[in-house]
Design a binder for this molecule. Structure first.
Ligand SMILES: Cc1cc2nc3c(=O)[nH]c(=O)nc-3n(C[C@H](O)[C@H](O)[C@H](O)COP(=O)(O)OP(=O)(O)OC[C@H]3O[C@@H](n4cnc5c(N)ncnc54)[C@H](O)[C@@H]3O)c2cc1C
Length: 300
């Protein structure tokens, strides 16, 4: 019946309606094609799909701090890569003790090109639903993944400087993006990471971050800041909260060629970069970053 609508009376009104109908059909087609592309995202060598949840098994887990673990999952095919591009998250679906299933987003920290396995850093919330299940997984246990869920599409060379501000387990999208940039020899973007934690014991992945900084001294630098430092002679990093002075001191200056990404507890993100009306929305740039004139800001 649809095409009959195109047969209208003579005159401009009919032509206008025809244009509207054709335009509507075209728009619907574009939406349909884009939706098809979005959901039918699987390539032969990738594990992630948006059409279904894919089972993967825990290969190993390492306790990094009292409440953070690194989990390495074996992909469904040892030649596969997970199938995300920086920067993205994936959904994990797990079975709860009551038999129901629940899912939460987590951010891969291994590179896009890693094959056979994929790594995650996961913080446990004692009263949480999914994070305690993730922490309780034993090697061989199965969960399911769906995705990817893109945050931003990183374009090499678009910015001269990428400044990343991470709080606690908010390091995950920052590490993913930093690894993407330093791992591409043709990308000359400089990455500066400011990593904030309560205490020195809470600083996860310090060895890995320091190793990346030593390997790529002209491309990657990292600054640590803690609220409560340990004995003075043991802490060489910054002390206190991230404020305008700290950002001005260590981050690349504001300008068209600087991009800032931030991820951390909501209070920290609001103070530094402005409030988010909800976790899905960016909100306006505010706080310290607005005060210092930054305009290219993304809240992961
Ligand atoms: C896009 C995206 C990517 C993410 N990537 C990661 C990642 O790589 N690693 C990671 O560890 N987490 C990540 N998270 C957070 C993760 O998805 C879960 O929200 C987190 O693991 C808590 O889930 P839960 O089911 O255990 O707790 P829920 O059942 O959802 O929450 C129960 C209680 O736990 C506590 N709680 C939960 N979340 C928080 C929080 N963020 N801050 C303070 N208290 C909290 C609160 O007391 C809350 O009432 C990401 C979130 C998003 C939106």
């Amino acid at each position: 019946m649809g095409p009959r609508i195109l047969v209208t009376s003579n005159g401009y009104g009919g032509g206008g309606r025809r244009i509207l109908v054709v335009g509507g059909l075209l728009a619907a087609t574009v939406v349909g094609v884009n939706a098809y592309r979005f959901f039918n995202n699987q390539e032969p060598d990738m594990t992630l799909s948006r059409l279904r949840f894919t089972p993967i098994k825990l290969q190993s887990s390492t306790q990094l701090t009292h409440d953070v673990k690194r989990l390495t999952f074996a992909l469904d095919n040892p030649n596969n890569r997970m199938g995300f591009t920086a920067s993205s998250a994936v959904l994990f679906r797990v079975k709860l003790a009551n038999g129901k299933s629940e899912w939460r987003p987590y951010t891969p920290v291994s590179t896009e090109t890693q094959r056979g396995t994929c790594d995650f850093i996961i913080k446990r919330y004692d009263h949480g639903t999914v994070s305690p299940v993730m922490h309780g997984l034993e090697p061989g246990d199965q969960v399911e993944v769906w995705g990817p869920i893109p945050f931003i599409k990183y374009e090499p060379g678009k910015y001269q400087d990428v400044g990343l501000i991470a709080g606690g387990s908010g390091i995950t999208p920052c590490l993913q993006l930093a690894r993407r940039i330093v791992g591409d020899p043709s990308d000359h973007t400089r990455v500066t990471l400011l990593f904030s934690n309560k205490t020195a014991d809470d600083v996860i992945l310090k060895e890995e971050l320091d190793r990346i900084a030593a390997q790529f001294p002209s491309k990657f630098s990292v600054h640590y800041i803690v609220d409560k430092p340990p004995a003075k002679n043991k802490w060489t990093g910054l002390v206190g909260r991230v404020d305008a002075d700290v950002v001005e001191k260590v981050m690349p200056p504001a300008g068209k060629s600087t991009f800032i990404g931030i991820c951390g507890p909501p209070g920290m993100v609001a103070t530094i970069s402005g409030d988010r009306p909800n976790p899905m929305a960016q909100g306006r740039i505010g706080g310290v970053l607005k005060e210092l004139g930054y305009t290219n800001v993304f809240k992961f």
